[in-house]
Every structure is written in structure tokens, then in C-alpha cells.
Design a protein around this ligand. Structure first.
Ligand SMILES: [Zn+2]
Length: 640
């Protein structure tokens, strides 16, 4: 049976004063609709300078896309119908765009509405100001540019199957305005639906529940329908299309990927249903219905992206032994921290990433035990220390709430936003006790579900529900220092020294003898191996590197984290035999976390490394997503 689209409940979110105006005359609003009200935050710290929108005047509440995918022209085109909530006297609405070609905008009667496109602002795109008059629903006919930053069009040879093209999107932080004309700000939540047509035999998936079966259009194309009835931050609207197969993993979990990758992906993800259960036990119900994942071609720029109901994953987490599934725990945890309660703007990214990194570790502990969780927490702690050392502990950028210059999309460093954020949560947990901490965090998610949040709100909530006027506890927690001040507060809780005691001893023995213990290595977990590689001397000669590689099999490792750690070490030491391996890696993987540091390592090596970096990048750049291109351009420079 093919289900028809039902009209959607408008999710209303305006400042309460404006809401009262907007809803005058409907005092008998049903209780269910009231429950959907989530206020737009109008405080200074909640404003989003990365968007042109003026939500206090008029805001988008629902987006309905009707788009066709054109793989030859590398464009999406069609219409976006926007439902609008506005002040009664509002005459215009301002939308975000980045390179969209808009042909016309009409009201519900089909009458054309005037609009202007403002000047482009670097990194922000251009404002579209529509004169709406009394219209509260508008339809925009448009197409996205072939180089739309959110979209990556892959040629068949860039896929595992090699026969069909592929499309994937990445919206966070401000990229979706390059293919969807809406208000692209995390504080302006919108429900949405979509009808997408694509050539056969491609399958389309999106970050929403599917509606019915694909419809055969008869001209070698099919139409796919999706619906997200929860209001989400618009960066969470995502699409992928390709030669895709699906396998169920549990009652509400499953995985999509290319047919040739399905067995490996399903095996690596076999713990997913248990992960959802563990997450729910910790912090309350999973509110998105299904939890599916898509394992993408290797050019996906991130490890994972927490698109609701459809986590996007790099294939580089497939190690064959589920040792890198912390990534899945991370993306799943975002279903609470990030998707349910979202940073209102990019100064507070740590509310998404720091809390998620903490939550991820708790899921890992539930599934794989305390030892693995402590080891992964210790690796994260080391990343934080590295970030603090690199920036200097007094640098404003090391505060969790980022200073204005860094409070931009993709600002800050992951060692702070992710790892210091998680360390803060762990410190609070240790001071107040796990039981109290868990009750507080669950309550935070429940109370702010489907709403934007700021650091100030979290601080106030901690004071109201954890500190409760206990002055001694307030002093002990050092909450303001953690959130607003640079460096590391003195109450920081360190990971237990025992987490890596054996590995650290082995690293010390290696430093003394120059011979690695291959037998011990064989028995170690991935976290232990990564720890060992981080502890070998930074300067090693060619003979030592050759011995290390041959006894531990590093350049043959199928574990991409291990291979990356080895290549970074080798390139930092100008080790020629590693260059072909690095070149192959950089040609086949587009994950920014791996690609950028390897180019940076080469660039640091002057006349030895720079020509290699430039030669390889000239070849590989076109295969990378815009996110990775931007990151590497900043290191290597744009090939001329
Ligand atoms: Zn994340």
C-alpha cells in the first residue's frame, strides 16, 4: 500500500510575546499543539551571525521539497514550499542562499512575489528577501549550482561498485543553503517533507522516515517520498543516492550501503540495536522512530554525520573487529545531544559535541566494558592536552563557549569542543556522583527536547538542578571556569592511570631497546595500539621506522586509524618508503580528519615534503568533498 502524505501539524516557534500575537484568535489551541511550541531564543548569546534570517519577524516552520536529481548536470532542481510564521505586520521574510538560481517565488494562489538577492558574504552566502505581504506559504522554483558546497556528485569510478554515480550531502554547519532555500540556522527548527526523483536503478535515502514505496514514473525514473514530522535544525536535512542495498540489523535498526559492502558493513554494525537500548537506558527514549545508517563511499569528509534516522558513516570505521564502533555510538548519542537539544549557534558547538563525546563513552562502557571505555576516554584526554598545548592554555580559543572570532561554523578545535567538553562532563559526574549526574542529564534532554540551547542555559540548569544552592558544591564544580575561561580548571578529573599502564611500559621498553614487542602488539586493542604509536619517539631514523613497520605490519593495516597514525609518524620523519602508501591512502580516503594532517605533515617537511604534497593534491583534490577541499586548500594551497 502506498501511503499518501498527510498535512503536517505546524510546529510553532516564536518568542512568546510574538507567539501571543501570532496566535490571537485561537485561544482554544489544542494542548498537543501547545506542546510543539519551542521558543526561538532571542537573547544576545543565542543570535546566529552565520545566518541572514530574522526569525523574530518571520520564520520558516516547514519545508516541502519537490526535487529532481540530474547526475549529468550535477544539479538538483524543482520547488521548495515554505510555511511561514510571521508577525501580523511582517511584509518580508529573509532566507539564506548560497549560489541558488531562483526563477520565481509564488504565493498559494500562484501569484508571483517580488524578491531580491543581496550581495554575497564570504562563508555566509547571500540573503534572499521575499516580499510576502499577507502570504504565509510561499513556493520557490529554483536549482542548485553544480558546485553546491553541500552536495558531492561522485562518478561511478569513485564508488565501490564502479557502475553507477552517487550523490551525498553534508549540511553541517552552513552548507545546506547551497541546495535548500530556507533559514539555515540551528535555532530555527523546521519540520520537512520531500519528494525526490532519480534515474533508475538508483535508490534515494534521506534523514527522515520513508513514505510508501518508490513510485515508478515510467521515464526510467522513480520518485521517493520522505517525511520528518519533528522540527529539526535545517543542517540536519540530508540526502544520498546511489546503487544502495539495505539490511535489517534489529527491530528498528538497519544499514544501507553499496551491495558489495553490505556484508562487511552489517557485520561491523551488528551491535547497533544494543547500542540504542543502552543509550535509552542511560538518557531516555529514542524519539526518532527508526535508527538507520548509510555507509558511504570513502570520499565522505567526516567520520560520521548524525542526520536524524539516517546516520551517515565513513567506510573507514570498518576494521573487521568492531574496534572503531565508538563512531557509531557517537552519532547515535547525537540523537539526544545535537538533534534533540541543539546549540543555538556555533559558539556553543561543545553542547553538541562535548556532551555527545561523553555520552558516546558511556554507551561504549555499557556495551564493551569499563576497560575499553577508560582507554578511549584516556585517548580523548590526550587529544585535549594536545589541543591545549598547541593553542597555549591562556588562549581564548580553549574555552568551551568559543569567543566571537572562533564562534563561527566549524570554528574551534576538536580537542576543545569534543574532548574538553567530554572531560568537563566527566568531571561533573565524578564530583556529584553518577546517579545524580545521569538524572540531571536525562532531565536536561527531556526539558529541552526539540529546542535550541546555549551555554548560559546549561549553566543555569546545572545550578537549578544539580547545585541547588549548595555553595560548597558550586565552588567545587568550577562551572564558569569550565565553560567561559581558557585552559584547564584545577578540579579536572584525569582518566585512571591504569588504563594504559602496560602499553606505556612497552613504549618505554621500546624507547630503550629500539625493538618493538610484536607479540604484545598482537594482543592489544585498537586503543592500546594507538596509544603505543603516540608514545614512540617523534624522531626516528629510517632503520628504526623500517623495523617498526616490518615487525608490526603497520603499512598493511586494514584499520584506518592505525594506518593513519603510522603514516603521520613516517611522513614527519621523511621516510621515503611510506610515500607510496600515503599516496594510495590520500587517493582513496577523503575523511578530513585523516587527509588534512597528512598533507600538513608533508608541508612541514620543506623541500622534501612540499613537492610531494602539491603533486598528490593536484591529483586527488577533485575527488574530495568541498569540506575536505577547503581544509586542505588552507594547508597546501589551491592547485594552480
Ligand atoms: Zn559529533
Amino acid at each position: 500500500m502506498r501511503a499518501a502524505l498527510k498535512p503536517l501539524l505546524l510546529s510553532v516557534s516564536l518568542p512568546l510575546s510574538l507567539l501571543a500575537v501570532a496566535c490571537s484568535g485561537s485561544a482554544d489551541k489544542p494542548a498537543a499543539e501547545e506542546a510543539m511550541v519551542s521558543p526561538i531564543l532571542t537573547s544576545e548569546d543565542a543570535k546566529d551571525p552565520a545566518s541572514f534570517a530574522q526569525p523574530e519577524v518571520a520564520r520558516v516552520t516547514h519545508v516541502a521539497l519537490d526535487l529532481a536529481l540530474d547526475f549529468a548536470a550535477k544539479t538538483v532542481s524543482g520547488t521548495a514550499k515554505l510555511d511561514i510564521l510571521a508577525k501580523p505586520d511582517a511584509d518580508t521574510i529573509v532566507l539564506d542562499s548560497n549560489g541558488l538560481k531562483i526563477s520565481k517565488i509564488t504565493d498559494e494562489s500562484g501569484a508571483q512575489l517580488p524578491f531580491t538577492i543581496g550581495d554575497k558574504v564570504e562563508g555566509k552566502g547571500e540573503p534572499v528577501t521575499v516580499t510576502i505581504g499577507k502570504a504565509r506559504a510561499i513556493t520557490i522554483a529554483y536549482s542548485a549550482a553544480p558546485d553546491a558546497e553541500a552536495l558531492q556528485w561522485l562518478a561511478p569510478q569513485q564508488t565501490a561498485g564502479g557502475k553507477q554515480p552517487y550523490l551525498l550531502s553534508q549540511g553541517q554547519a552552513t552548507l545546506n543553503r547551497s541546495w535548500i532555500p530556507t533559514q539555515d540556522s540551528p535555532g530555527i527548527r523546521q519540520s520537512w517533507e520531500a519528494r525526490i526523483t532519480a534515474p533508475k536503478p538508483l535508490t534515494v535515502v534521506m534523514s527522515a522516515l520513508r513514505v510508501g514505496e518508490p513510485e515508478d514514473l515510467g521515464d526510467n525514473r522513480r520518485a521517493f517520498r520522505f517525511r520528518m514530522d519533528k522540527p529539526v535544525a535545517p543542517y540536519l536535512i540530508a540526502i544520498a543516492a546511489g546503487d544502495l542495498a539495505y539490511r535489517e540489523l534489529g527491530p528498528r535498526t538497519g544499514v544501507w550501503t553499496e551491495p558489495s559492502m553490505l556484508d562487511a558493513a552489517a557485520a561491523e554494525l551488528s551491535d547497533t540495536e544494543k547500542m540504542v537500548e543502552a543509550a535509552e537506558k542511560l538518557y531516555g527514549p529514542y524519539r526518532w522512530g527508526r535508527y538507520e545508517m548509510i555507509v558511504l563511499p570513502p570520499s565522505f569528509p567526516y567520520g560520521g554525520m548524525e542526520n536524524p534516522t539516517m546516520t551517515f558513516l565513513t567506510p573507514t570505521f570498518i576494521a573487521g573487529d568492531r574496534s572503531l564502533t565508538g563512531l557509531v555510538a557517537h552519532e547515535l548519542a547525537h540523537s539526544w545531544s545535537g538533534n534533540l537539544v541543539t546549540n543555538a549557534n556555533w559558539s556553543d558547538s561543545w553542547l553538541n559535541e562535548g556532551i555527545t563525546s561523553y555520552f558516546e563513552n558511556r554507551i561504549v562502557e555499557e556495551l564493551y566494558g569499563t576497560r575499553r571505555a577508560q582507554q578511549e576516554a584516556a585517548l580523548s584526554y590526550a587529544e585535549m592536552e594536545k589541543a591545549l598545548a598547541e593553542a597555549g592554555k591562556d588562549a581564548p580559543i580553549t574555552a568551551l563557549h568559543l569567543p566571537p572570532a572562533e564562534g563561527v561554523p566549524d570554528g574551534g578545535s576538536s580537542g576543545i569542543i569534543y574532548d574538553k567538553g567530554a572531560t568537563f562532563m566527566r568531571t561533573v559526574e565524578s564530583i556529584v556522583g553518577r546517579q545524580k549526574f545521569d538524572a540531571w542529564l536525562r532531565n536536561w534532554f527531556d526539558k529541552h527536547a526539540f529546542q535550541p540551547a546555549t551555554s548560559a542555559m546549561l549553566l543555569a540548569d546545572m545550578r537549578a538542578n544539580l547545585v541547588k544552592g549548595d555553595e560548597a558544591l558550586e565552588k567545587k564544580l568550577m562551572l564558569e571556569d569550565w565553560i567561559y575561561k581558557p585552559g584547564l580548571p584545577s578540579n579536572v578529573v584525569q582518566p585512571p592511570a591504569s588504563a594504559f599502564a602496560d602499553v606505556d611500559k612497552a613504549a618505554e621498553a621500546y624507547r630503550a631497546s629500539g625493538t618493538p614487542d610484536a607479540k604484545a602488539w598482537g594482543a592489544w586493542t585498537t586503543a592500546e595500539r594507538l596509544r603505543f604509536l603516540s608514545k614512540v619517539p617523534a624522531k626516528l631514523d629510517a632503520a628504526k621506522l623500517a623495523a617498526l613497520d616490518s615487525s608490526l605490519g603497520l603499512s598493511q593495516s586494514g584499520n584506518k586509524e592505525i594506518l593513519f597514525a603510522w603514516l603521520e609518524l613516517a611522513l614527519n620523519n621523511r621516510y621515503d618508503p611510506a610515500v607510496p602508501v600515503a599516496e594510495k591512502f590520500l587517493s582513496s580516503v577523503g575523511r578530513t580528519k585523516f587527509v588534512k594532517p597528512l598533507y600538513a605533515a608533508l608541508m612541514k617537511q620543506g623541500s622534501w615534503g612540499q613537492p610531494i604534497a602539491k603533486r598528490v593534491y593536484a591529483k586527488t583534490r577533485s575527488g574530495y568533498h568541498a569540506v575536505t577541499q577547503g581544509a586542505v586548500d588552507a594547508v597546501v594551497g589551491k592547485p594552480g
